[in-house]
Design a protein around this ligand. Structure first.
Ligand SMILES: Cc1cc2nc3c(=O)[nH]c(=O)nc-3n(C[C@H](O)[C@H](O)[C@H](O)COP(=O)(O)OP(=O)(O)OC[C@H]3O[C@@H](n4cnc5c(N)ncnc54)[C@H](O)[C@@H]3O)c2cc1C
Length: 509
């Protein structure tokens, strides 16, 4: 899936006017961008016939960071255009629940017009498209919506890049082709379909015992919160629904988490231990190893062991997208766009041709999030172009790839842009921006049954940590209240009630 998406993006990139024409820039382009692409037309999106005279803010992406920016931007100060291949925001903390049908996908997909009703105004726009390139000298973004040969250009006065990240493969052979990532609703639907398919296939009289065992083995690579929550949801599904349906087959299902380091490494030791015990009680096995290769139907582990699987879900962390790495701005060693503490994008002041990694493959996964010096000295910010969320980092204080970071950055950027437009209207001066400051609210993870772990406050100095049923109630209440609109809250409450009363739906098509 991931490979297909990358190839789609690459094949749609028309080069030529999209990049500044100088030797150093061209030399620094990734090899795929230099391949002989057929020339395609580039259309410029005309300005709206309704002229408001306001500055044009273009937002790339429709995730946590973009969603919050869009919600908070003052519609009387900016005209905005959102460009994203998704017309909704995904409420990722509840995504694992959609893999087994505890929640339906619609419950976690928040429509952009519910987030910002002014998006329906004639002068504001949404384009269902990928951004392919940015020319900041001309202040245009080049886009393509996948169904057309023609690229189109969208002009901006201010640009916010919030295009997120993608699942990391660490270059391990077979990951992209044979595993499921869990990043959006398309992934969770595919996992759910595959689970039901394997459950039904395993029952066929033509299937051997060895194949039946393999088909009923779900392997999750990565013991972070996403992997653990998926394992927890899956064990609930097995013990409550599949056991009722066919207890013999349900008892044959195995769930294994493969983790090379520590399970839930970001939580404190007591919570980690609680989670491991809880998962073990629910029949989830833990294998401490790294994966060397993903073959058709089996994983090759670092110690040489072969682990057969029916479904493999890959959840080992995130890295930059092809779009991020292709951009000609300074990058961190992990390939994220380098920003300062105002979220302004940086370029090297003396060596502008230096961009850091230019393809996801060049990213140094195990390095500190840093330019060599871990400082922004030698870099200068560009005007009117910002990055926020997973796609960027400030090397002087890199933040984790979390929804709460992205959301707080969206809130900060909206506030500063609103203030800037207001001040400029009144005084024609640009006000000074305060530095962005992140406040860590805490972490939560569902560990199966009616149990969760909750850590409030900073991970190194937690103010409060809880386990068990009360944490599960806190987990559900927190996410229900954080769901931005009534439509999704109703969906979630309705789905939870239906699951509790009637069980999960097992139909598949
Ligand atoms: C299953 C799961 C569970 C999670 N649980 C938690 C949790 O409990 N707590 C927490 O804090 N964090 C959690 N996270 C992490 C959190 O979701 C991310 O950190 C957050 O989504 C980052 O927000 P973002 O806006 O930077 O990127 P995203 O939310 O990923 O949004 C990126 C957007 O950019 C769009 N896009 C991509 N490429 C382009 C392009 N070329 N042009 C235009 N648009 C583009 C995408 O379609 C998407 O709309 C979870 C993540 C996952 C996957």
């Amino acid at each position: 899936m991931q490979l297909l998406r990358s190839t789609r993006l690459i094949s749609r990139l028309g080069i030529g006017p999209l990049f500044p024409q100088n030797d150093t820039t061209v030399a620094a382009l990734p090899a795929w961008a230099l391949s002989s692409q057929p020339w395609r037309g580039v259309k410029t999106v005309p300005d709206s016939p309704v002229t408001t005279g306001r500055e044009r803010l273009v937002i790339l992406g429709s995730g946590w960071a973009a969603g919050r920016l869009l919600r908070d931007i003052n519609s009387s100060l900016y005209d905005y255009t959102v460009i994203s291949p998704r017309n909704h925001m995904v409420f990722t903390p509840l995504l694992a629940s959609t893999c087994v049908g505890t929640l339906e996908c619609r419950a976690v997909a928040l429509s952009l017009t519910d987030i910002q009703p002014h998006l329906k105004d004639t002068w504001n726009k949404f384009f269902l498209a990928d951004a392919l390139a940015i020319d900041h000298d001309r202040k245009v973004v080049t886009c393509n919506n996948g169904s057309s040969e023609d690229n189109f250009e969208v002009a901006y006065d201010k640009l916010a890049i919030a295009t997120g990240s993608q699942g990391s493969t660490f270059g391990i052979p077979g990951v992209e082709q044979r595993t499921h990532f869990l990043r959006d609703v398309a992934n969770s639907s595919a996992i759910r379909k595959h689970l039901i398919e394997n459950w039904n296939k395993a029952n066929l009289p033509t299937v051997s015992q060895a194949d039946r065992q393999r088909l009923l083995h779900v392997v999750i690579v990565g013991g972070g919160p996403t992997g653990v929550e998926f394992a927890g949801e899956l064990s609930n599904f097995i013990s409550s629904d599949l056991m009722r349906m066919d207890s013999t087959r349900a008892r044959d299902i195995r769930v294994t988490i493969v983790e090379g380091m520590q399970l839930l490494g970001s939580f404190d030791a007591r919570l980690r231990e609680y989670a491991a015990t809880k998962l073990h009680k629910q029949g989830v096995s833990l294998v401490k190893s790294m994966v060397k290769e993903v073959r058709e139907g089996s994983l090759v582990l670092q110690n040489g062991d072969i682990l057969p699987y029916g479904i493999c879900v890959w959840s080992t962390g995130v890295g930059p997208t092809e779009f991020t790495t292709s951009l000609h701005f300074a990058k961190t060693a992990r390939g994220r766009i380098a920003v300062d503490d105002h979220l302004r994008i940086l370029v090297h002041s003396t060596r502008p041709e230096e961009h850091g990694p230019t393809t996801p493959g060049q990213v140094q996964h195990h390095h500190e999030e840093s330019h060599e010096e871990s400082s922004n000295a030698g870099f200068e910010p560009l005007k009117d172009i910002y990055a926020l969320g997973d796609c960027c980092a400030n090397v002087e204080g890199p933040l984790p790839s979390l929804a709460q970071v992205a959301e707080q950055q969206g809130k900060y950027l909206a506030k500063q842009l609103n203030r800037e437009a207001q001040t400029q209207r009144a005084t024609e001066q640009r006000p000074e921006w305060p530095a962005f400051q992140y406040h860590h609210l805490g972490s939560m993870a569902l560990v199966g049954g009616s149990s969760a772990i909750v850590e409030l406050g900073d991970a190194n100095k937690p103010h409060l940590s809880m386990t068990g049923f009360k944490s599960w109630v806190a987990w559900r209440s927190a996410y229900l209240t954080r769901l931005g609109n009534m439509r999704n809250r109703f969906y979630v409450m309705f789905n939870w009630t239906l699951t509790m009363l009637l069980g999960r739906d097992m139909s598949s098509w």
